[in-house]
Design a protein around this ligand. Structure first.
Ligand SMILES: [Ca+2]
Length: 321
């Protein structure tokens, strides 16, 4: 029998975070006990609104949504491929009366770890500013979680050339979440805890056919919701990855699937995450062999058949739980 999971999700809800959240909500053996939001694809306040939109679509507005850290400094000038509101600019707003909780996302991370030691899985889908802020108050906070799964990093640095050959855009795409908050990623990478980094080296390899999503949208309210928010994003993905067929990626859903079923991680290395900067200044986190340091797992091969099966099951759900 599967182990029942309690999951706390930290997210900058954009298009792929939304499908990742639906993926966790659709898992009968997982309870989402809270959501914390952070800047990234949009502001942390917009992300809280988006979380409530997704929870409403899944009929799960009982899940608390806590607002977290703001972006230090200026907002980016370039428009996000997730749209200005993070959910594809479809004009989606939460139902009236649905509002974020008073607790901050950082306090939620600290409280849940303290109240339920080694019981809860932490799933991080955005820049790691909330987790880093929690670490400032409790340097052992990650050890208080049963498992910590992070969508971030570029995988083992020793596989850099292999990944670059397999994915021509790998280095050009970079490590989005780390580049938003490099110091936070570095702080999390240096902290002890049961951490698995599911990085751009593995998440970018999941390419979902747009035609499958549009076909499912006629039968499933969940697929119709995902199609609506992904319409512009899929054009961006198709162009960016120079795909002959229309596709969309879902980096965060890959991390969610790895958290829900760790057996989909076929290969991983125990390494220490360090920030490296590209020639244009962009920051990425790579797993490196360093002695006398806390190590985390860095995934480098996944069971994509199982991950596709899980996501398609989510999209085929007529009405999410
Ligand atoms: Ca995200």
């Amino acid at each position: 029998m599967a182990v029942r999971r309690s999951v706390l999700v930290d997210t900058d809800i954009g298009v792929d975070d939304a499908l990742a959240l639906l993926t966790v909500l659709n898992e009968p053996d997982a309870d989402v006990i809270g959501i914390g939001t952070v800047f990234g694809n949009c502001t942390e306040v917009q992300a809280a609104s988006n979380a409530l939109v997704v929870l409403a679509a899944a009929d799960r507005l009982d899940v608390p949504v806590c607002i977290g850290q703001s972006r230090p400094g200026r907002q980016p000038k370039a428009p996000s491929p997730h749209g200005s509101d993070g959910l594809g600019d479809r004009g989606l707003v939460p139902p009236s009366g649905a509002t974020p909780s008073a607790e901050t996302a950082v306090d939620q991370i600290l409280r849940v770890g303290r109240e339920r030691p080694s019981e809860v899985d932490l799933l991080c889908l955005g820049p790691l500013a909330n987790v880093a802020a929690a670490l400032e108050q409790d340097p052992l906070i990650l050890t208080r979680y049963r498992a910590v799964t992070i969508m971030g990093g570029m995988g083992p640095v020793g596989r850099r050339d292999t990944e670059s050959a397999a994915q021509p855009l790998f280095l050009a795409k970079g490590d989005t979440n780390t580049n938003h908050a490099p110091a936070a990623s570095a702080a999390v990478a240096a902290a002890p805890g049961p951490v698995t980094w599911v990085g751009m080296n593995v998440t970018g390899k999941l390419r979902m056919p747009w035609a499958d999503l549009t076909a499912l949208a006629g039968q499933s309210t969940t697929a119709a919701f995902v199609r609506d928010i992904t319409t512009d994003y899929h054009r961006y993905c198709t162009t960016t990855y120079r795909s002959a067929e229309p596709i969309y990626t879902s980096h965060d859903s890959v991390a969610a699937a790895a958290m829900l079923d760790p057996t989909v991680v076929l290969s991983a290395a125990d390494l220490t995450g360090r920030i490296l900067r590209a020639s244009d200044g962009r920051a990425s986190l790579w797993g490196q062999s360093v002695t006398q340091s806390d190590r985390h797992r860095f995934a480098f091969d996944l069971d994509y058949t199982a991950i596709r099966r899980r996501i398609n099951a989510v999209l085929g759900a007529r009405v999410a739980r």
